[in-house]
Design a protein around this ligand. Structure first.
Ligand code: GDP
Ligand code: MG
Length: 269
């Protein structure tokens, strides 16, 4: 999984939120120091346990883009990282004595953080999203959603969906890849919920005797894993439970395949 978006939207915090959330009761040390600004791509891997199954999850954090005066090509480092992983996999596949199990560092999902402006997608987001969707599975989220009211979140989500439609931004789960009617029913429901409005936190607080992951404010704790507070759980369930295998299949059968064909055509010219 790779997290991307402008800086300050909570990507680095989300890495910790993902690993600290209760699902796998990880006992990672709590971070009491503020997270520094992310200056380069950085991957964190942990083995998490899901219903008795061990799963190796790698989350790659990226520096925020679009902070420069000239943001031309600010997506290049991210896209080239994604392509490098395809290239590595391809080189392994092409070896005559290839390993039975090729180490797979390909990005199976890219979570794109949209700033909670409440207006619409910015031209920079549109351009980046268009490029990303052609290369990798993309799940957009409304970042720092605690800054929007429930009505604002819904209106903003609708607007983003419209913008994505207008600009042919085909995020995951892609309509054209639904395999049957059951897929279509399940995925249509998810498509209506995307982008999820998420809140990230890496600290636990005591709420009515329970220890919860959340953000403490003067008026209470925003609980990350409470569906009444935000949609982090929907995101996590999609990525790590319900659609985990599908994300990997589409990466292999569609995105990697596109890359492979392109590269092999190149080398035959
Ligand atoms: P990054 O630049 O995208 O990696 O963002 P960071 O994770 O470094 O977070 C930047 C600041 O935003 C930190 O002070 C975080 O505590 C704060 N932050 C992270 N997630 C949220 C969120 O969901 N809501 C709010 N209000 N603040 C957040
Ligand atoms: Mg960061």
């Amino acid at each position: 999984m790779l997290l991307t978006g402008q800086s300050g939207l909570g990507k680095s915090t989300m890495v910790n939120t993902l690993f600290k959330s209760k699902a796998w009761q990880s006992n990672l040390p709590s971070l009491e120091v503020p997270i520094p600004q992310t200056l380069e791509l950085h991957s964190v891997t942990h083995v998490i346990e899901e219903k008795g199954l061990k799963l190796k999850l790698t989350v790659t954090d990226t520096p925020g883009f679009g902070d420069q005066i000239n943001n031309d090509k600010c997506w290049d480092p991210i896209l080239s990282y994604i392509n490098q992983q395809y290239e590595q996999y391809l080189q392994e596949e092409l070896l005559i004595t290839r390993q039975r199990h090729i180490p797979d560092t390909r990005v199976h999902c890219c979570v794109y953080f949209v700033p909670p402006t409440g207006h619409c997608l910015r031209p920079l987001d549109i351009e980046f999203l268009q490029r990303l969707c052609r290369t990798v599975n993309v799940v957009p989220v409304i970042a720092r959603a605690d800054s929007l009211t429930i009505e604002e979140r819904d209106a903003f989500r609708n607007r983003i969906q419209q913008d994505m439609n207008t600009h042919c931004i085909d995020v995951y789960p892609q309509k054209c890849l639904d395999e049957d009617i059951n897929d279509r029913i399940l995925n249509s429901k998810i498509r209506k919920q995307i982008p999820f409005a998420v809140v990230g936190a890496d600290r636990e607080h005591l709420v009515n005797g329970r220890c919860v992951l959340g953000r403490k404010t003067k008026w209470g704790v925003i609980e990350v894993e409470n569906v009444a507070h935000c949609e982090f759980l929907l995101l996590r369930d999609l990525l790590i439970r319900s659609h985990l295998q599908d994300l990997k299949d589409i990466t292999h059968n569609v995105h990697y395949e596109n890359y492979r064909v392109l590269r092999l055509n190149e080398s035959h010219q």
